[in-house]
Write a protein that binds this ligand. Structure first.
Ligand SMILES: Nc1ncnc2c1ncn2[C@@H]1O[C@H](COP(=O)(O)OP(=O)(O)OP(=O)(O)O)[C@@H](O)[C@H]1O
Ligand SMILES: [Mg+2]
Length: 455
């Protein structure tokens, strides 16, 4: 079974996230010795390491390595109190671009073979790391200490909505609550009741209870040994001890009751998505006739040296071999520059074609326009060819003949978009990512051409 993932998150700093995450791990282990409890932090304060490291052993890896895909068993260290932890890292910011997709961590954890309960401590920021920790979570505990930190919770809810995640995973926990404060007037006796009412009023669910502010707990971070001491061993006399024990019991009950773990459902979703993309890719390959649209020659289904072409709605799709298209363009647009003498120019054209899109459009019956677009869908150049009759006294340019042969398969105001594939693997343009880029460019091209038509 996948681990039950508990993420501690709040955009507000200093609300007790790390204290909660580290101590919760210890209480879980104390309540159920045979439960594997693992913890890591995206925070760079090293509190996790200070609390759990045994001796001065050098870590075998860190959360940095976890996010690079190193197998989890190689990184997990068994620390104090039997809690497994992955050491922290100062190098995390280097990985931001890699984590733009919030599902990366869930995919890595889902294949890690980890069981039990996993606790993830986060930074006070809804950045890429927190987003990944939220995405992977069965339960998100959100410590709030006052109304501003409660207001900040709204962004976490929006994140869940945006990614279509179940919002019941989110639970508010009032933390650092000063239990000495009593309100004389009004419906609420103390800050805990007030925060809880505020939360419920906004439709937020809460964990049972709260974590009180305790000078003793605060002092556990400050000692000559440079350790962070747990409440279980050094703060037993505090009310926080009982509150953490109560919280840990809730987490164990919730974990026991949760049969369909988030990582299981994510892996299923990921598999479905992979199958769907494979099917779409296959369907695209089946739709394309492997025959050069210019010369009619049969083409292999792999190892293609060609341009891929589609019209504006994708009904017409196929390949034109690179030499054929180069001939068409050179004989029509760059005026008859065929032959060996121009092989340098042809090479240049083919090379630059890897970073361009070409468009053929016939805005009027006797006009064909050959455009070059950049990869961001901006027009770089346009050349107009007349389609009817002769062309400077010669026969009609081959490119216009090519256009006219396809014309009856095109709609009004239609265009053809062409993209050169990687040499020898042009068929890969039909794979999901390159095809998505192709379609995106097609949309940009379509917008530009129609705005030109209205100018
Ligand atoms: N229950 C508590 N009673 C008193 N002090 C506490 C309690 N919990 C945490 N603290 C103290 O509050 C400070 C902030 O706690 P902690 O580092 O856990 O917060 P955080 O939310 O992780 O902060 P950051 O957002 O900076 O990561 C620390 O000095 C810690 O010792
Ligand atoms: Mg912290």
């Amino acid at each position: 079974m996948q681990p039950y993932v508990v993420t501690i998150a709040s955009e507000k700093g200093g609300v007790g996230k790390t204290t909660l995450a580290t101590n919760l791990a210890i209480y879980l282990k104390a309540l159920r010795e045979d439960l594997a409890v693992t913890l890591f932090s995206f925070d760079n304060h090293f509190s996790v390491d200070q609390m759990f490291r045994i001796g001065s052993e050098k870590p075998r890896g860190t959360v940095f390595d976890l996010l690079l895909g190193r197998p989890l068993p190689e990184l997990v260290a068994t620390g104090e109190f039997g809690v497994q932890y992955i050491p922290s890292s100062l190098r995390l910011p280097e990985l931001r671009p890699r984590l733009r997709d919030p599902s990366l961590l869930a995919s890595l954890l889902g294949r890690s073979g980890l069981g039990g309960i996993l606790i993830i401590d986060t930074r006070p920021d809804l950045d890429e790391f927190t987003a990944n920790a939220l995405f992977a979570a069965d339960r998100v505990i959100v410590p709030v200490k006052d109304t501003p930190s409660l207001e900040n919770t709204r962004r976490l809810y929006r994140f869940f909505e945006h990614h279509d995640l179940p919002k019941q995973a989110l639970r508010i926990l009032p933390c650092l609550v000063d239990s000495r404060i009593r309100y004389q007037d009004g419906p609420f006796e103390n800050p805990y009741q007030l925060l809880k009412a505020y939360a419920l009023n906004r439709g937020y669910r809460c964990m049972e209870g709260f974590i009180a502010k305790s000078p003793k707990v605060e002092s556990l971070n400050t000692n000559p040994e440079g350790k962070v001491y747990p409440v279980l061993t050094h703060g037993r006399g505090t009310e926080v001890h009982l509150q953490l024990a109560h919280l840990a019991r809730q987490v164990i009950l919730d974990a026991d009751a949760c049969e369909d773990r988030r990582l299981d459902s994510w892996l299923r979703q990921e598999q479905d998505e992979i199958r769907r993309r494979q099917l779409e890719h296959r369907q695209r390959l089946e739709r394309v006739a492997f025959r050069c649209l210019a010369c009619g020659k049969a083409l292999p289904t792999a190892g293609l040296e060609a341009f891929y072409l589609e019209n504006s709605d994708g009904r017409l799709a196929g390949f034109v071999e690179s030499p054929c298209l180069t001939d068409l363009v050179f004989s029509s647009v760059y005026r008859n520059r065929q032959g060996d003498a121009d092989s340098g120019l042809r090479d240049m054209f083919l090379e630059s074609a890897l970073r361009s899109y070409f468009v053929l459009s016939g805005p009027e019956p006797d006009r064909l326009v050959f455009h070059r677009f950049d990869e961001d869908g901006r027009i770089l150049s346009s050349k107009t060819l007349t389609t009817g009759g002769g062309f400077f006294g010669r026969s009609r340019p081959p490119l216009t003949q090519f256009w006219e042969r396809l014309r009856d398969r095109l709609g009004d105001d239609d265009f053809l978009l062409l993209r050169r594939g990687v040499p020898g693997q042009a068929e890969d343009l039909l794979a999901n990512r390159p095809y998505r880029d192709f379609c995106r460019t097609r949309q940009l091209v379509s917008m530009q051409l129609s705005s030109r038509a209205h100018d």
